[in-house]
Design a binder for this molecule. Structure first.
Ligand SMILES: N[C@@H](CCC(=O)N[C@@H](CS)C(=O)NCC(=O)O)C(=O)O
Length: 298
């Protein structure tokens, strides 16, 4: 009780940071002015009629080269590198800034209108899978790969850790540090603290184990690296210095270690439509789409 009272007093002594008073009932009236405010609405469902394209391979991926998107392309490249020809895929780009996630075709696969979404056409009837964590698990089970049996529960714990923690890094820290139209100290403080706490969790785990869930590379690494590896390399929100990432030595060791895997180097560039031209594979329909691509840039 004493502890709670102390906190209350300290908080009430802080200067109010805004004079905004929420109305009784929130209404979507003025656009927020934030980076994605032109596509954000408080409703779900399709906004226009359009079928999704289909390629010739068993797996059809509808995605974009964001951290959530490249989890799946790294996994697919790993599966192909491991000799699973059934993992051949067509990666179609979904431009989320233009609202392609709201086409009737996309919504039929993912009612949540977010990339990535996968259709497995090799099953009796098409299997639709959405949510990157669920897609990783689906592929790991389908090909019995990157989910070691002896520590499956640890792999799943860390996979779900990423799915639960990532939004604090992306939707919390990234949003308020990078995208929000005004810099709100309270929000940036709150989510910087949480992001650093998460990095510390990873650092401690990686000080004891070569990979996230133990001695074997798994879908836990594939889920976590696109977010936290990018952050370590200054590729996410340009926040490496701000968050002092250099001090997380074990996370840096692991980040660099994964950059030595060809499948990681390839997968991270699929459905990418920004940066130098030789660093993007806007759509991937065959391995030859990587011809002329500079895989090694960091
Ligand atoms: N929890 C989801 C998150 C997916 C997600 O947030 N995707 C973003 C791009 S990284 C998106 O499609 N945003 C479009 C929108 O919000 O309209 C997953 O892991 O698959």
């Amino acid at each position: 009780m004493k502890f709670i009272r102390t906190l209350t007093i300290e908080n009430s002594e802080r200067e109010p940071m805004t004079d905004y008073q929420p109305p009784k009932v929130w209404k979507h009236e003025t656009p927020s002015g934030g980076e994605f405010s032109n596509i954000n609405r408080p409703t779900s469902g399709s906004r226009y009629e359009k079928e999704l394209p289909r390629g010739k391979h068993p797996l059809q991926l509808y995605s974009l080269g964001t951290p959530n998107g490249i989890k799946i392309t790294i996994m697919l490249e790993e599966l192909l590198a491991a000799g699973h020809t059934g993992a051949e895929y067509n990666a179609h780009i979904i431009n989320i800034r233009e609202g392609h996630q709201f086409s009737s075709g996309f919504v039929a696969v993912n009612p949540n209108s977010k990339i990535p979404a996968l259709v497995d056409t090799s099953t009796k009837i098409d299997t639709n899978v959405f949510e990157s964590g669920a897609i990783l698990l689906y592929l790991a089970e389908k090909f019995d790969s990157f989910i070691p049996k002896q520590n499956r529960h640890e792999v799943l714990s860390w996979l779900f850790w990423q799915v639960g923690s990532g939004p604090y890094l992306g939707g919390g820290f990234g949003h308020f540090y990078n995208y929000a139209p005004t810099k709100i100290e309270y929000a940036i403080d709150r989510f910087s603290m949480e992001s650093k706490r998460q990095l510390d969790v990873l650092d401690k785990q990686l000080s004891k184990h070569e990979y996230i869930a133990g001695s074997e590379y798994s879908i836990a690494d594939i889920a976590i690296w696109p977010w936290y590896g990018a952050l370590m390399k200054g590729k996410l929100y340009n926040a490496a210095e701000f968050l002092g990432v250099e001090s997380y030595k074990h996370v840096m060791r692991w980040t660099d270690q994964l950059l030595e895997r060809k499948a990681v180097l390839k997968g991270r560039l699929v459905n990418r439509s920004w940066g130098d031209e030789n660093q993007q594979v806007v759509e991937r329909h065959d391995d030859s789409d990587f011809d002329g691509i500079n895989l090694n840039f960091v």
